[in-house]
Design a protein around this ligand. Structure first.
Ligand code: MGD
Ligand code: MGD
Ligand code: SF4
Ligand code: MO
Length: 695
């Protein structure tokens, strides 16, 4: 028997925790957290532990496939990798020659492994790189830019040293990042307070010092009242405000109308409780950390909610503070040299983006980097500003990630080539013209990644076992395409040469990863003080008024608008995460399915009584064009105006025998939902929908 331990990086969600894989006779037997990784302490979340079931799952794409029937019909021809890559390259060339270079659209899930294939996109000259973020954190990203002039990753979350953590629409113990969970639990053991503002009692709420069950959609109003108290009771950090906050007086005048008494009416949270909460914040300041939110693609004003969170953190002096939101360090900040980038081998394509981001009226204020892919779909329909005819949808499942899959599919009718590189089946892969199966993470090497933070580091994902099926690593796929486009700089035969290119001149060598899989670039965590240049706004300060936003016709200090109440007998739909699944794509994982085969419907006790529904009854939840059976969870601890369910269930694909037909799909309950989006932050507003429930 041979046994080895391989240090690598988890790929069951986008957090990418360092792992150690036990490999027995070439088979991955067991996975645990990398004991050498800071904050991980050998632990993993359930999904990370279930990675072996992904590797040995027969129900995943096993070889390259080209569609033979109609889109989505599930008729495929097995082809060799050469045939598949030839076909994709020829089609991309034909489309670019006919419709222009920018007619190729690309989307992915973002993350630290993109450099190599983004270089390929630059090499073929398309301006249309996108990520998935308009269904996730775009509102937070644009809020950070609007207040600080840098993006949301310009600060980190110092949970380790925090004295009071506030989670608003942030489910930290179920929407898991292992190091964050460990750090927060440790801090709480040392006396750190936790406050939770949520529409239901999630797991963090059960461990909190303050729990506010808020009326869905009123968070912006709650935060304006918090600012009102902080300012009127002079609880703010006077030095920070004097030195680093611009237009404080405008903010002060603006929030006068939003008293705690007003907020009580609007949000359902008692005025005195709001006042008391603000005083608690002041006691812990500046080591407070009000999380700006993550999955914030929920409301028309989610951007403004995140903006107020950043403003509150600033008023309390928490920006740049230990125990608050310290500035993020990149390798350069600790005197190290960053990785060499393949993207730098090619110039940035000059074309205008199809989604209009960065140049179209009303869209100039958005972060142009990864665009807003739902707007690129609109461009594909209208063929304006130009035709979009090829779509590479890489490690991305827009048919589940955006509302109303049947509707989204119609937006792709003009697309002549839909290519899906993926490691598991998804609605999108099933609907593709070509499926390029990626080796799951235990079976592949990836480019070296940089982990920014208090102590920046390089981390490496190393293949733990040989591919089980005829699948390839991401670098092999794009290197193969690059070869067919004559992009010689990206043609590689082995990963070591890629790694050496990345490491060249950094002073780090490949063997430095051998011991732990991680190369730390600093010996101690660095907390940079707030100084000239910390904020990238025109004034160099935290700004209340964002000129770019206003030039696009939007107000920075936007008056609060009360969310619609549900029509008689209906409920607002809300959704979120659980610790056992990643989005929708792990429901068919044999180990995780065994633990949680279906989702349940949280419904308030009084509303359930009115409908004659008892706990554990199967009920029907429906919108205009979708309905499904789901088990009811009757509780006092969800707001009566809404129902809540975990995202990602009721799969439809015949090739996913376990997940098929289990639970209900929140995304299918959001009829034509891709058309509703937040004009401030750019993300889709997925909780602006009402559904019916019946016994
Ligand atoms: N109704 C509703 N819609 C939502 C949400 C919701 O809660 N409710 N959540 C939103 C959020 S926050 C997000 S981030 C999006 C998520 O939706 P997506 O951004 O599409 O992300 P995933 O579901 O993770 O899908 C990625 C796809 O890539 C495949 N894949 C291929 N290679 C890899 C790999 O190496 N690693 C991983 N992890 N996957 C790979 C997966 O199998 C999966 O099919 O959905 C959004 N949409
Ligand atoms: N285990 C696990 N971990 C994950 C993921 C996963 O799928 N599984 N996905 C990853 C991804 S892509 C993301 S984006 C993050 C998401 O991380 P989070 O955004 O923290 O997770 P969610 O559970 O989607 O939502 C957070 C909370 O918002 C609450 N909520 C809903 N509507 C409202 C409202 O109107 N007001 C308030 N105050 N609260 C509301 C929900 O009840 C939920 O408790 O998690 C990441 N981590
Ligand atoms: S949070 Fe869990 S699934 Fe995500 S990377 Fe870490 S161990 Fe893997
Ligand atoms: Mo997300």
């Amino acid at each position: 028997m041979s046994k080895e331990y391989v240090k690598s990086i988890c790929g069951m969600c986008s957090v990418r925790c360092p792992i150690e894989v036990e490999v027995v006779d070439g088979k991955a037997e067991y996975i645990q957290g990398n004991p050498d990784a800071p904050g991980i302490m050998g632990s993993l979340c359930p999904r990370g532990a279930a990675g072996t079931a992904l590797t040995y799952d027969e129900e995943r794409p096993q070889y390259p496939m080209v569609r033979t029937g109609k889109r989505g019909e599930g008729k495929w021809k097995q082809v060799s990798w050469d045939e598949a890559l030839d076909y994709v390259a020829d089609e991309l060339k034909r489309i670019q020659e006919t419709y222009g270079k920018d007619s190729v659209l690309f989307s992915d899930r973002g993350g630290p492994f993109r450099d190599f294939y983004r270089a390929f996109l630059r090499g073929i000259g398309t301006a249309n790189y996108n990520n998935h973020d308009s269904a996730c954190a775009r509102n937070v990203q644009n809020a950070a830019l609007s207040v600080f002039g840098f993006g949301r990753k310009g600060v980190s979350y110092d949970l380790k040293n925090a004295k009071h953590v506030i989670l608003q629409q942030r489910n930290i113990f179920e929407a898991v990042n292992v190091a964050e969970v460990n750090n927060l639990l440790n801090s709480m053991a040392d006396g750190c307070k936790l406050s939770v503002i949520d529409i239901r009692a999630n797991v963090p709420a059960t461990k909190s010092d303050n729990f506010f069950m808020i009326r869905p959609g009123t968070d912006y109003g709650f935060n304006l009242a918090v600012i009102n108290v902080i300012i009127n009771e002079e609880l703010y950090d006077k030095d920070f405000v004097a030195n680093w906050v611009e237009d404080f007086d405008l903010l002060k005048d603006f929030v006068q109308q939003y008293t705690p008494e007003w907020a009580e009416e609007e949000t359902g949270i008692k005025a005195d409780a709001i006042r008391d909460f603000c005083r608690q914040l002041a006691e812990a300041a500046p080591s407070i950390l009000w999380h700006p939110g993550w999955m914030t693609a929920r409301y028309n004003d989610s951007f403004y909610m995140s903006r107020t969170i950043y403003i509150i953190n600033s008023l309390m002096g928490a920006i740049g503070a230990k125990g608050g939101l310290p500035f993020m360090n990149k390798p350069g900040d600790v005197g190290a040299k960053g990785l060499n980038s393949f993207m730098n081998l090619y110039p940035k394509p000059e074309g205008k983006r199809a989604d209009g981001v960065g140049w179209m009226e009303g869209r100039k204020h958005f972060d142009a980097g990864p665009g807003l892919v739902h707007l690129a779909y609109e461009a594909a329909v209208e063929e304006e500003p130009y035709p979009v005819k090829a779509y590479i949808c890489h490690r991305h499942d827009p048919l589940m990630a955006y509302p109303d899959a049947p509707h989204v599919k119609t937006l792709w009718d003009n697309i002549e080539l839909l290519v899906v590189p993926t490691f598991s089946w998804s609605d999108t892969a099933w609907n593709a013209d070509v499926v390029l199966p990626i080796s799951p993470y235990l079976e592949r090497d990836d480019t070296i990644m940089t982990k920014n933070g208090p102590k920046p580091a390089f981390q490496i994902r190393k293949r733990a076992v040989q591919p089980v099926y005829d699948t390839k690593a991401i670098w092999e796929i794009y290197s193969g395409l690059a070869k067919r486009f004559g992009l010689e700089e990206l043609v590689y035969e082995n990963i070591e040469d890629i790694w050496n290119f990345q490491l060249d001149g950094t002073g780090v060598s490949l063997s430095d990863f051998d011991a732990t899989g991680i190369v730390s670039l600093a010996s101690d965590p660095l907390f940079k003080p707030v100084k000239e240049g910390s904020f990238k706004t025109p004034s160099g300060k935290v700004q209340m008024i964002d000129a770019k936003l206003e030039a696009d016709g939007l107000l920075s200090l936007k008056p609060y608008e009360s969310p619609e109440r549900p029509p008689e007998g209906k409920f607002r739909i809300t959704f979120g995460r659980c610790a056992l699944h990643t989005q929708g794509h792990t429901v068919n994982n044999a180990l995780l399915f065994e633990r949680m085969p279906e989702n349940i419907l949280w419904i308030n006790t009084k509303r359930a009584e009115e409908l004659g529904i008892e706990n554990d009854d199967y009920v029907t939840v429906s919108s205009v064009d979708y309905s499904s059976k789901i088990r009811a969870f009757v509780t006092d601890f969800v707001h009566p105006e809404c129902i809540f369910m975990i995202h990602g269930f009721d799969h439809k694909l015949p090739c996913e025998s376990r997940a098929k037909g289990m639970g209900a799909a929140d995304n299918l309950l959001l009829s034509k939902g891709i058309k509703k989006w937040d004009k401030g932050g750019g993300a889709v507003a997925m909780q602006e929908h009402f559904v019916s429930v019946s016994k």
